[in-house]
Structure formats: C-alpha cells, structure tokens
Design a protein around this ligand. Structure first.
Ligand code: FA5
Length: 343
C-alpha cells in the first residue's frame, strides 16, 4: 500500500513539473488527485474497508498525510503561478512615464456647417423659424409655382438635373417657399437651409452646394425691411463696418428683384484682390415676392406682401474664410479643414 502512496506522490510531482503551466491547468491537475468524489486520494479512502482492522489506523494516517502534502504542493504551485501571471501583466502594462503623451486629436465642424449655424443664429435672433425642405422636388415647386413655366427663358439660368420628366434635384431652396406658403397662413417668417444641385462646375460653382432661403410674408413688407435684415446679417458675419448695396436684377419669382453686394470687408471698400478692385462683393439674390407667386399659393396679394432672399452658404463661407476655390470645401483635406474653427 505504501508503494501506491509513493506512486501517487511521484505522479503529483511529475504532473506539477510537466503540465501545470497555467492556473487553469494546475486546477485540473489538482482535481485529478484531490477532488472529494473522483480524486485519486479520495478513492484510496474508499479502500479502507478492505484493509485489515489492525492496519486501518496507520493506513488512514498515511492517506491524510499524503492529502495534506498534496494540498500544500498545489497551493505552493498556485502561489507561484499567480505571481508569474502578475509579473506578465506588469510587464505588458508597463508605462514609460518619460514617453511623450499621445496627441488626442479633436475634430471640428465643417466650415459649411459652421457658416450654416452662424446664419441660423443671426436670423433666429430676428424671429425666423427653420423649415427643412426635400432635395427631390417636382417641376411645379421648383419652377412653375415660382412663376417659371415650361417655356420660360429663366429656366436656362439654372441647369437642372432631371430624374424623370416630372421629378428633379431642386436647383434652389426657393422651392421651399411654395411648400411653406401652401401650408401656412401669413404672417410667415421662415429660413430654409439645404443642399441644391445644378449642372455647374468651376472654381466658384459646384454641382452640389448649399443655399439658405429666407421668406417673410406679412402686411406692408417692403424692400426697406429686406435691406434692414440683410444689413444685420452682413454686420454679424463680416464685421460691424460692413454694409450692403442692392442692384437691380431679375428672378421670375420676385418683383422687383435685386442682387445684393456686400462692402468689401477685406479692404473696407477701397478696392483689393478679393473684390476685384470694385469695393463690393456679390453675395446673394433677393427681392419682393412676385404677386403671382403669392396668388399661386392662395395668398391675397392685395392684403399681403413678402420678401425673399437666397444666400449661397458655401459662397458666404468662402468669402469669410478666404477660400478661393469651392472644391477645397468638398475635398475633405484636413490641412484646410483644421484651419477653420469659428465655433
Ligand atoms: C437663386 O438661386 C435664387 N433662388 C435666389 C433668390 C431667392 C432670389 C429668393 C430671390 C428671392 P442664384 O442662382 O443667384 O439665385 O443663387 C443664389 C446664390 O447661390 C448665389 O449668389 C451664389 O452665392 C450661390 N450659388 C449659385 N450657384 C452656385 C454654385 N453652382 N455653386 C456654389 N454656389 C452657388
């Protein structure tokens, strides 16, 4: 019997030597010998019955000693493995406090989004509400209801992407004017920012760009109201000394129509490269809402009048941040985008 005990001892020593590389493997090995039901040492206890009574006490003592010895070995092993695991962790998580810190990059809003937000802030301060229209429009809302029927030459002013004979990508946020006037009774004071699309492509024109439409319909709205609002807008965006100039223009949906220039904020009006020596920069189109458009939307043009303007958001941003090619706004070049942070 003592040989069997010695054999188990040896087995344990071999097992510890060969297999117990991790705490999980050591646990499995321990179970093989010390599990109360299936362990080899426990099994020996069950054999007590078959031992001669006079040898039983000695046999039991030897088994208990073996059990204590095994428990001791396994807890030493566990301690050793625990220490090794900890060492490995320390090694892998070691921090060199002399290393330069990793730079945490923070992003910022896209210049067009920054400009859009600034414009919304300015006009929200004057009581405008936001209306978000859809990018796909039908011919009626983008042209016909805006006093531009099928054969109207003004359609050539905007090269259109047609999706079908009826549907198109809106060429102007002015399409939103009609939706608003159809669904709301005056007084109306809305701002409609969004993407618009035209078959247009050069340094200052992009096939997709952003506009912000403003529409006010109420009693006794005049061109003076328009000029007053636009003066507030340019002063807030380009500085207190900036002013506007209205030049006669043509849009089928406004009468009279104006092109709005802003005094050059770079040279103060003296003439420079930015304003091409004129002292003025062309910024947006605007006018008094054509009576025909009001009538198309069921608004009494004798009782009410309206003003409307369409600001190019990209163009406003280009002037403000000194960007000379609209493509720079859409190429996602971080060197450009990082320079513009007006938040
Ligand atoms: C219009 O789109 C009119 N709907 C504006 C308007 C609204 C007039 C309400 C009267 C009443 P226009 O085509 O000029 O007008 O465009 C307005 C602005 O959008 C321009 O001043 C310019 O800043 C910008 N813009 C026009 N085409 C492009 C383009 N391809 N890329 C970038 N910006 C553009």
């Amino acid at each position: 019997m003592n040989d069997r005990l010695a054999g188990i001892k040896q087995e344990i020593l071999n097992g510890i030597d060969q297999h117990a590389g991790s705490r999980a493997a050591a646990f499995e090995l321990r179970k093989q010998f010390l599990d109360s039901k299936t362990g080899k040492i426990g099994q020996l206890m069950k054999e007590m019955k078959s031992i001669a009574p006079e040898e039983r006490a000695g046999f039991g003592k030897n088994i208990n000693e073996l059990k204590e010895w095994a428990q001791q070995r396994f807890s030493e092993l566990d301690e050793k493995l625990k220490a090794r695991e900890l060492e490995r962790r320390y090694e892998s998580e070691k921090i060199d406090v002399t290393m330069p810190a990793q730079k945490a990059e923070t992003g910022n809003l896209h210049p067009i989004t920054q400009m859009r937000n600034q414009l919304i802030d300015v006009f929200a301060g004057m009581g405008f509400e936001i209306y978000e229209g859809t990018e796909i429009e039908n011919d009626y809302y983008n042209f016909t209801a805006l006093n531009t029927p099928k054969d109207h030459p003004a359609r050539d002013m905007q090269d259109t992407f047609y999706l079908s004979p009826e549907f198109l990508l809106r060429t102007q946020t002015s399409a939103g004017q009609i939706h608003v006037m159809e669904s709301k009774k005056p007084p109306i004071k809305i701002l409609a920012p969004g993407k618009v699309f035209r078959s247009d492509d050069d340094a200052t024109h992009s096939p997709m760009f952003f506009q912000m439409e403003g529409l006010v319909v109420d009693k006794k709205i005049t061109l003076c109201d328009l000029k007053g609002m636009l003066d507030v807008f340019v002063r807030k965006i380009y500085g207190e000394d900036t002013t506007t100039r209205l030049r006669p223009s043509y849009f089928p949906f406004t009468e009279p129509s104006v092109e709005v220039d802003v005094s050059c904020f770079e040279c103060g009006g003296k003439g420079c490269k930015l304003c091409k020596g004129t002292g003025w920069i062309e910024l947006l189109g605007a006018g008094i809402v054509n009576k025909k458009v009001l009538e198309n939307c069921g608004i009494d043009s004798e009782e009410y009048s309206g003003l409307a303007f369409g600001i190019g958001i990209d163009r406003t941003a280009m002037f403000k941040y000194g960007i000379n090619n609209i493509k720079l706004l859409f190429e996602s070049d971080l060197r450009v985008l990082r320079q513009i942070n007006d938040n």
